[in-house]
Write a protein that binds this ligand. Structure first.
Ligand code: ADP
Ligand code: MG
Length: 298
């Protein structure tokens, strides 16, 4: 394409809220035949809400949420925000309710958080986190996990002094239109793959709802980038679509990195194309634009 064609292409993109950072991004987008999607905040709305709480210890729901929120208020994770928001509702009446102090707070990427709250060691995280710390998961808890995951929910376990005190199921629904976008990409012969740090059960349920066949779950941020390099080695031109801090290595690894505009600054910086309106439909607009720019003049 001529520089003028590229300028027109990027200009048209800009008017539609598709920010293309240069001709190379447009050319790569034209060649893309595989798109790797982050799940949380990219395919899903990204604002999880607590839908179920089940206690396994003799304690009040209020006390349970005091502990959970005291630990999670220190985390930036969307699940942490959901738990704190829910805790505020349970402990209603007090607008700026002060959470108990959390000492020795540690955030374990892809697992959860731990801290000392009111002299108890608390962990809030997924099954992997509990197993890593030798915390037993009862058959009752396992049953809740399986059921929630089949409903595309994510289950977070809360342990106090190494015993599971309760579980919290959070729901983060698929974005409206996600299924249609995947189906259009299919018809364009572009393969769609989901990659997520979330568990296999939940990831598979969301993938089923989106009509996606290939899923990679329980992925660490570095794994996301490695997966992209593998796809490239097997001949694919890969676009990565993501929104989070932990998506940036993958956004850089992709032939094209596309960031969701409502995502983190780090993702936006790492990307070649920014979808300012945070609509998945704009992936198709970007590719269409690239195709028009690079097939018209050559
Ligand atoms: P992704 O952004 O792809 O969903 P992450 O690596 O951020 O994945 O998180 C993966 C999983 O780790 C989450 O689904 C959750 O189970 C667990 N997790 C991470 N951070 C927290 C947290 N602050 N509280 C509870 N669970 C967490
Ligand atoms: Mg995300």
């Amino acid at each position: 394409a001529t520089p003028t064609a590229v300028m027109v292409g990027t200009g048209v993109g800009a008017t539609q809220g598709v920010l293309i950072k240069g001709g190379q991004a447009l050319e790569s987008a034209h060649k893309v035949n595989c798109i790797v999607f982050d799940k949380t905040g990219t395919l899903t709305v990204g604002k999880p809400v607590v839908v179920t709480t089940k206690l396994f210890k003799k304690m009040s729901l209020k006390d349970f949420y005091e502990f959970a929120a005291a630990a999670e208020v220190n985390s930036e994770h969307p699940i942490a925000k959901a738990i704190v928001e829910h805790a505020k509702k349970i402990i209603e009446g007090e607008e700026n309710h002060p959470w108990p102090e959390a000492r020795d707070f540690v955030s374990i990427s892809g697992h959860g958080v731990k801290a000392i709250v009111l002299n108890k060691e608390i962990m809030v995280g997924n099954k992997k986190m509990m197993l890593d710390h030798n915390i037993a998961i009862s058959a009752d808890a396992e049953e809740i996990l399986t059921e929630a995951e089949s409903l595309a929910q994510t289950v977070i376990l809360v342990s106090l002094d190494k015993e599971v005190a309760g579980v919290v199921a959070v729901s983060d629904p698929l974005k409206p239109g996600a299924k249609e976008v995947i189906s259009i990409l299919n018809s364009m012969k572009i393969k769609s793959i989901m990659v997520t740090g979330d568990n296999w059960g939940t990831a598979n349920s969301i993938a089923r709802q989106a009509g996606m066949e290939t899923v990679m779950a329980e992925a660490q941020p570095e794994t996301k980038a490695t997966k992209i390099k593998e796809l490239q080695a097997s001949g694919y031109t890969v676009a990565m679509v993501g929104d989070g801090i932990n998506d940036s290595p993958a956004l850089v690894a992709g032939d094209v990195g596309m960031a969701i505009g409502a995502g983190t600054d780090i993702a936006i910086e790492a990307a070649d194309i920014v979808l300012m309106k945070s609509n998945l439909e704009d992936i198709i607009i970007a590719i269409d634009l690239a195709n028009k720019t690079f097939s018209r003049i050559r």
